[in-house]
Design a binder for this molecule. Structure first.
Ligand code: ADP
Ligand code: MG
Length: 146
């Protein structure tokens, strides 16, 4: 099933993401897909609040990965925009974060397409479509369920 939501502000996107963060099964991997400025990091910020991370999360654009451990919750936020390929992800040891048998929390990943094949079959896919400066269509779809 694909859930479709339209938001009219960054705050609305945060609010939806916060609700989602309260309701996901753990562990889980969430792929955030959309152009630059579409709202992926905004969604990640709201998600973190709902999931239980008290600090404001920031974009890992230059670091590729930010890790948060808070309230006994683990959040791994990747931004693979600057990554070249799956081989580079492998050399950085990123693949182990995407193993659901080992993951102890949530992985949020922006630009997972730059490490094609890194996602486990079972993950959530969230697509962001920019309708105007302030409007976004957000589609949430669980993948890999039988
Ligand atoms: P990305 O991580 O996809 O590059 P960001 O979340 O960093 O995108 O940036 C989204 C930008 O768009 C922010 O400046 C945010 O304030 C703005 N924005 C405007 N309307 C919305 C909306 N409905 N949802 C999310 N962001 C929005
Ligand atoms: Mg971003």
């Amino acid at each position: 099933m694909k859930l479709k939501i339209e938001t009219k502000s960054a705050d609305e996107t945060m609010a939806i993401a916060k609700k989602f963060g309260k309701s996901v099964f753990l562990p889980c991997v969430i792929s955030l897909i959309g152009d630059l400025g579409a709202g992926k990091t905004t969604f990640a910020k709201g998600f973190a609040l709902g999931y239980g991370i008290d600090v404001t999360i920031t974009s890992p654009t230059f670091t590729l990965l930010n890790e948060y451990k808070n309230n006994e919750k683990n959040l791994y936020h990747f931004d693979l925009y600057r990554l070249t390929d799956l081989e580079e992800a492998h050399s950085l040891g990123f693949e182990e974060y995407f193993d659901l048998t080992k993951l102890d929390g949530v992985v949020l990943v922006e630009w997972a397409s730059n490490a094609n094949g890194i996602l486990p079959a079972r993950h959530y896919e969230v697509n962001f479509i920019k309708k105007s400066d302030t409007e976004r269509l957000i589609e949430i779809e669980p993948k890999g369920l039988v």
